[in-house]
Design a protein around this ligand. Structure first.
Ligand code: 13P
Length: 265
């Protein structure tokens, strides 16, 4: 039997967070596309996408479309509502018009700084799917959760709540980002990442079936860089990475995307 990993195209996603304005985004995407072209990157073998701030998306869309780039892109958040009196919010309908393939939902910075509950994350996931955008649903435990409950309990509970609003024929991406590993320089070990990603896949199975569980990509995020990406990608249940800081450096990010060229993989 073929290993199930062959069903899942590895996915390297760069979350820019609140960095790079729309002019900087154009220069960055051009340089990234050139770097990957120079390296003869095969996007069908390893998918690559960037997640710029909202104000950059129109520029990125224009560039990707004009230059026929294979690079994907998405937003970092969306509203759970489709339209109306929600000052400052962005509808999934607007993101769909900008041809966003993906949207990050429930990043720990939004859960912490904007009090996003599991209910809100579930509603936003449903909103993304309503507009034909693939949600990249983030889950992860804090250092305190890790101490109290172990690594898997909180991410599994967070994912379980979201899956209630996901039909079995939907496409979602799950990102496991331990909060203590984000921006800390202290990544999880590959074994820690594998244990939680396997537990997350085991959560998909009873909720949405074997087919859904085996095709859904689960990413690891938290202090990923070119030097450690290969060790994560060797794990059976890690299908890619959600990269923060290192996604803001063209050479570093393109090297992460080319992890298959690194020694030993
Ligand atoms: P760092 O890669 O900077 O640790 O950030 C991870 C992250 O939060 C990506 O969403």
């Amino acid at each position: 039997m073929e290993p199930v990993t062959t069903l899942r195209t590895p996915f390297i996603a760069g979350n820019w967070k609140m960095n790079l304005d729309h002019l900087q985004s154009i220069a960055f995407v051009q340089k990234l596309a050139w770097a990957l072209k120079d390296a003869q990157h095969d996007y069908s073998a390893v998918e690559v996408a960037v997640f710029p701030p909202f104000t950059d998306l129109r520029s990125v869309q224009t560039l990707v479309s004009a230059d026929k780039l294979e690079l994907g892109y998405g937003a970092q958040d969306l509203s759970q509502h489709d339209s109306g009196a929600y000052t400052g919010e962005i509808s999934g309908a607007f993101l769909a018009k900008l041809e966003c393939s993906y949207v990050i939902i429930g990043h720990s910075e939004r859960r912490t700084l904007h009090d996003e509950t599991d209910e809100v994350v579930a509603a936003k996931t449903a909103a993304a799917l309503r507009h034909g955008i693939v949600p990249v649903v983030c889950v992860g435990e804090t250092a305190e959760d890790l101490e109290k409950h172990g690594a898997s309990a909180v991410p599994v509970a967070q994912l379980t709540r979201v899956l209630e609003s996901v039909p079995a024929d939907a496409e979602i991406v799950v990102a496991y980002e331990p909060v203590w590993a984000i921006g800390s320089g202290q990544a999880a070990t590959p074994e820690q990442a594998e244990t939680v990603c396997a537990a997350l896949r085991d959560t998909l199975r009873p909720a949405l079936g074997e087919e859904f569980a085996s095709r859904t990509r689960i990413l690891y995020g938290g202090s990923v860089k070119a030097a450690n990406i290969a060790s994560f990608m060797r794990q059976a249940n890690v299908d890619g990475a959600l990269v923060g800081g290192a996604s803001l450096d063209v050479d570093e990010f393109s090297s992460i995307a080319r992890f298959q060229k690194h020694v030993g993989i």
